[in-house]
Each structure stands twice: as structure tokens, then as C-alpha cells.
Design a protein around this ligand. Structure first.
Ligand SMILES: Cc1cc2nc3c(=O)[nH]c(=O)nc-3n(C[C@H](O)[C@H](O)[C@H](O)COP(=O)(O)OP(=O)(O)OC[C@H]3O[C@@H](n4cnc5c(N)ncnc54)[C@H](O)[C@@H]3O)c2cc1C
Length: 389
């Protein structure tokens, strides 16, 4: 079976590796001239890391990844602990795979390096596709065409494949804006920040930060409710003074981190409503192309990796029935991805509650049951997306 994957992001590359391992003939077409990612971090939880580890990537992942000891959720002003839950050896022992933090560039590079280079076609921007009864023809801006038995749109939130198959529809602005910064370790040694995943919650905003690049950099993302910036570009520069002004009164560690930004980028967070279906004929979607979500569950890329695992397992099991495999792929994956889209949106509200009764209720729930305790997170981390029985 010949498969064309459109998009060489975390979703497309990991899907291609999983499809290749399933014995399928897969090629990836990426619009950019080289595989690259923005300067930011990404958290990869055990539900996704177990799938990547099966691709013999352990040495590469351990070489550049950081394994956080815990997740620490704290109050914005005085730093009081709302929840401290394990992410280290206890999580690995329980779920059979570690929790990692990566620089995004490190992760896409190790995925791209694992793919035979003749299967990766950079500088190929998909502009059109024709579906025939027995195949799909992809047309690229550079004049190249590629025929396949199945085409997978892994081309992100602005997916061209999605638009061509299901019609144009724009992502919606969620009302949240994020600033990101990547801080060299030497600038913040005095803050003595532990190797844990930190989340500070405050009225109208939150801040997530964690070590990446083998501990040489701290990735920091500051999210606020802020309706007047709607551009989604990942390369718009912001002003550090604006971020500091927005985080007036926050804990000195948060302000110390922001103050140490060498530069900051600003972008508006978008998502989309649930799609009625993910596939049409011999075309299907995965990752942000079909289920973009807010980052408040840190699961967008993890779910893309899960999509690839399920798709590969089903196509391997049903090589003569692409339509049947796609129907099962959607039935298996869509409820879980939709649940995570909804959970991410719900966390946006929970993380940003104003001081008051609802916030106190949240804090007491966090300190007693806790949303990240091993038992409460089992449904998410224990899942094996390749187990499609
Ligand atoms: C602030 C923030 C923090 C996040 N943190 C986490 C986290 O900790 N953990 C997590 O799991 N997720 C996280 N996410 C979500 C995660 O970044 C995305 O869900 C994930 O990157 C989606 O991967 P993808 O491969 O589906 O799409 P993308 O990464 O968008 O990749 C799509 C690729 O397709 C290419 N492409 C687009 N159009 C075409 C075309 N016409 N032809 C050819 N190629 C094309 C693009 O160039 C790109 O390389 C976060 C998101 C944000 C905004």
C-alpha cells in the first residue's frame, strides 16, 4: 500500500515511522525547505512516548530529552503549592514509559533522522488533490505529482487537505494569547528551578515552564486572556516589558523568568470545533489537521502520535480494506481526541479563575484528589493507541 503523508511536523513524521514499521510504503511531503520547528518546548507524556520508544528511538530521545520528576501546580502570587504530583520513576513504572520534555527542534530532528531520507520530500507544498476510485493524486506547487492508495493530511491547524476535502472553514480565535521565551540556564541559575513541570495559575492567565535541551534552556509559555491580538504567526516578536506588565504582582520566580527572556514571541491561540468526520474516500486526517486543541492538557502532539499508531495498526490488520480501516480509525480515535479538545478548553477556564469562591473550590479539589495524581491520569497515560482490538 502506497501512502502519502502531507506535512512533516511531529504528527506526520511519527505517523510515517509507524506506518513504515507496519510494512507500508510511505512518503512524507513537507512544504518547508527543511524540517524545522520553532524555538519552544514540548511535553511528551507516556501515552505518546511508549509509541515513539517502539520505533527504536530511546537512545535519541534520552540524548536530548529531560525527564521531569514531577508536575508542580502553584498559586500565582505567593507560590503556594496547589498540587505536586509525580512524573518521574513512579509514572514510568506505572505506565511503562517515561514523561519527557523536549525542545521541539530536537524532537522533529530525531524523528526526521529516523526516516529513510528518500522517503522525505521537503519543498513540496500540496496545492490540490484528485481522488480516483483506486487512488489519490497529490499535486504540489513545484509541479510534482504523487499517486498513492491513501493520502493522510498531517498538515496542521490550517490543513490544506482538510480544506480541499471538507471545504474552507477558518480556525477560531480562542481569546487566549501566548508569549513564549527560551531562557539560557546561566541567566536564571539564581532562581534555582527544579527539574519539574511548573504551572502557575492566576486570574486571567497561567505560566508553564520546564527545562529542555538537556537542561541548557528553560522553555516558558505565558498565556493570558487577551482579546486584542489575533495573529497566529509563530514568528511575531513581542515586548518583554509588555509581558512583565501583564504579570504585575506575580511571584518573583515568574517575573524573574520573564525578565530573563532574551526575546519573546507572541501568538494568538486558535482551535476548531469538532469535525463531523475525518475521512472521505481515500483521504484522512491526523493531528492538528483534524483535532487542534488548546495547549492546557499538553496533548496536541501526543494525540497526533497516537493517531499515527492507530492508523498504522489498522492498515496493517486490514490491508485490503482501506475504507474499513479508516472507519475503525475514526471510531477508535475521534472520541478520545474530542475528549481532550474539551478537557483542554475546560482547563483554560480552571487555570484562569479569578480569586474567589470558584478558585478556592478548584484549589481544594487539586489539593485533595488532584487532576494529575496517578489514579486520575490513568485514563490518559495508560492508553495504548496501537492496541486497536
Ligand atoms: C503553546 C503551545 C504549547 C503546546 N504544548 C504541547 C505539549 O506540551 N505537548 C503536546 O503534545 N502538544 C502541545 N502542543 C500542541 C502541539 O504543538 C500540536 O498539537 C502539534 O505540534 C501538532 O502537530 P501536527 O504534526 O499535527 O501539526 P504541525 O506541527 O502544525 O505540522 C504540520 C506540518 O505540515 C506542513 N504543511 C502545512 N501545509 C502544508 C502543505 N500544503 N503541504 C505540505 N506541507 C504542509 C507544515 O509546514 C508543518 O510542518 C502545544 C501547542 C501550543 C500552541
Amino acid at each position: 500500500m502506497r501512502i502519502a503523508v502531507i506535512g512533516g511536523g511531529i504528527g506526520g513524521l511519527s505517523a510515517a515511522l509507524q506506518l513504515l514499521k507496519a510494512g507500508l510504503d510511505v512518503h512524507v511531503y513537507e512544504q518547508a525547505e527543511r524540517i524545522a520547528e520553532i524555538g519552544a518546548g514540548i511535553q511528551i507524556s507516556p501515552n505518546a512516548s511508549r509509541l515513539l520508544l517502539r520505533l527504536d528511538l530511546k537512545a535519541a530521545m534520552d540524548g536530548v530529552g529531560i525527564r521531569p520528576r514531577a508536575v508542580h501546580q502553584r498559586r500565582w502570587d505567593n507560590g503556594h503549592t496547589l498540587q505536586f504530583a509525580p512524573l518521574g520513576p513512579e509514572v514510568e513504572a506505572t505506565f511503562g514509559a517515561p514523561y519527557y520534555h523536549f525542545h521541539r527542534g530536537d524532537l522533529v530532528t530525531l524523528l526526521a533522522d529516523a526516516l529513510p531520507q528518500e522517503r522525505l520530500h521537503v519543498g513540496h507544498k500540496l496545492v490540490a488533490l484528485d481522488q480516483k476510485p483506486n487512488g489519490v493524486i497529490a499535486r504540489f506547487e513545484n509541479g510534482v505529482t504523487a499517486e498513492s492508495d491513501l493520502l493522510v493530511g498531517a498538515d496542521g491547524i490550517h490543513s490544506r487537505v482538510r480544506g480541499l476535502v471538507f471545504g474552507p472553514e477558518k480556525p477560531r480565535f480562542t481569546g487566549c494569547v501566548a508569549w513564549r521565551g527560551l531562557v539560557p540556564a546561566e541567566r536564571i541559575r539564581h532562581l534555582d528551578i527544579e527539574v519539574v513541570s511548573h504551572n502557575w495559575m492566576g486570574p486571567g492567565g497561567h505560566v508553564v515552564h520546564y527545562w529542555v535541551s538537556g537542561g541548557r534552556m528553560m522553555n516558558v509559555v505565558c498565556v493570558v486572556e487577551h482579546g486584542d491580538w489575533t495573529r497566529e504567526s509563530w514568528t511575531d516578536k513581542g515586548e518583554v516589558t509588555d509581558v512583565l506588565a501583564r504579570y504585575e504582582g506575580w511571584h518573583p520566580t515568574v517575573r524573574g523568568l520573564i525578565g530573563a527572556f532574551p526575546e519573546t514571541f507572541i501568538w494568538a491561540l486558535h482551535d476548531r470545533a469538532e469535525l463531523p468526520g475525518w475521512s472521505a474516500g481515500r483521504v484522512t486526517l491526523l493531528g492538528d489537521a483534524c483535532h487542534p486543541m488548546l495547549p492546557m492538557m499538553a496533548q496536541g502532539a501526543a494525540q497526533a502520535i497516537e493517531d499515527g499508531a492507530a492508523l498504522a495498526a489498522l492498515l496493517k490488520a486490514m490491508p485490503d480494506d482501506i475504507a474499513g480501516a479508516l472507519a475503525r480509525y475514526e471510531a477508535f480515535r475521534k472520541p478520545r481526541a474530542t475528549k481532550l479538545q474539551q478537557a483542554s478548553a475546560a482547563n483554560r477556564t480552571r487555570f484562569h479563575l479569578p480569586d474567589g469562591g470558584a478558585q478556592r473550590d478548584r484549589d481544594s479539589a487539586l489539593s485533595t484528589s488532584g487532576d494529575r495524581s496517578i489514579e486520575n491520569i490513568r485514563w490518559l497515560y495508560a492508553h495504548d493507541a496501537a492496541d486497536v482490538r
